[in-house]
Design a protein around this ligand. Structure first.
Ligand code: CP
Ligand code: NVA
Length: 301
């Protein structure tokens, strides 16, 4: 494993090894055991979109590993004024030991990895959000112990979260059911990947069908970053694609609810369901820190 660009690139074994290391690093942090695996190393963090969790967890995680994080806003970098990714990649490779990038196009992340000579970590693109899904899988395993036989249901937009969850959950042995409107399906590349899993994968436009017997219920915003101009149109299109009491009544009684955050209460999830499941949702947010530290150690250690 040289980079973390998308879940499609990871083998099941690589995912499990990252999760095992993440568990260990979480234990060490909680017990005050130092783990300076990246002493003297630097991580550049390029943000072309807003962030709370990704920025703070990478920055803090890098400090906890003994390394040095650099926040690089695209407003300040020459990349924001048109310097090609190919050149930025080759320059940053001479200063840094790793790059985390949050941007729009997946191609930009792939190009950074292709032209640079240091590990690249995808901190979210329009196509996927692999760091989030590793944290989600870590959280699911904490609550449910074993992935095999579990059913994950995702209700809402077939977006970067849906794309990554489909791949990640199928790879670790779960069943996946996605409910989204016809015009908002997950990416074709991901649907083709999922076809190989036969009846372990289901795509429907009926939230209640997807929710039936689910062990893990997940949703995400109806309008992702960069889609704010379509927010009203999307509110209409996603009406009914909400995690609410009707959905939870069909899921298993011990189902957990996850949300990558930020959440829009009374849109994709009701205030009530959110608060009943806040423990899982904020554990999931915390696990971003541990999962990303594991990724950095694997790639840069
Ligand atoms: N879930 C997530 O990636 O949050 P941020 O946008 O705050 O980083
Ligand atoms: N789908 C959301 C996820 C935010 C973490 C977005 O891309 O804005």
């Amino acid at each position: 494993m040289k980079h973390l660009l998308k879940m499609l690139d990871l083998s099941t074994e690589e995912i499990i090894r990252i999760l095992d290391l993440a568990d260990q690093l979480k234990y060490e942090l909680k017990h005050g055991i130092p783990h300076p695996h990246l002493k003297g190393k630097s991580l550049g963090m390029i943000f072309q979109k807003a962030s709370t969790r990704t920025r703070v967890s990478f920055e803090t995680g890098m400090y906890q590993l003994g390394g040095h994080p650099l926040f690089l806003s695209s407003d300040d970098l020459q990349i924001g004024r048109g310097e090609p990714v190919q050149d930025t990649a080759r320059v940053l490779s001479r200063y840094l030991d790793g790059i985390m990038i949050r941007t729009f196009e997946q191609k930009e992340v792939e190009d950074l990895a292709q032209y640079g000579s240091i590990p690249v970590i995808n901190g979210l693109t329009d196509f996927c959000h692999p760091c989030q899904i590793l944290a989600d899988l870590m959280t699911i395993r904490e609550y449910k112990t074993d992935f095999n036989g579990l059913k994950m249901c995702f209700i809402g937009d077939g977006n970067n979260m849906a794309n990554s969850l489909i791949v990640g959950c199928l790879k670790v042995g779960m069943s996946v059911s996605i409910a989204c409107p016809d015009a908002y399906h997950p990416a074709q590349e991901v649907l083709e990947f999922a076809q190989a899993y036969g009846d372990r994968f289901e795509l429907t436009d009926q939230p209640l069908t997807a929710a039936k017997d689910a062990d893990v219920v997940i949703t995400d915003v109806w309008a992702s970053m960069g889609q704010e101009g379509e927010a009203e149109k999307r509110k209409k299109a996603f009406h009914g694609y909400q995690v609410n009491d009707d959905v939870m009544a069909l899921a298993h009684s011990d189902a957990i609810v996850l949300h990558c955050l930020p959440a829009h209460r009374e849109e994709e999830i009701t205030e009530k369901v959110f608060e009943v499941h806040a423990a899982e949702i904020f554990e999931e947010a915390e696990n971003r820190l541990h999962a990303q530290k594991a990724v950095m150690v694997k790639l840069m250690g």
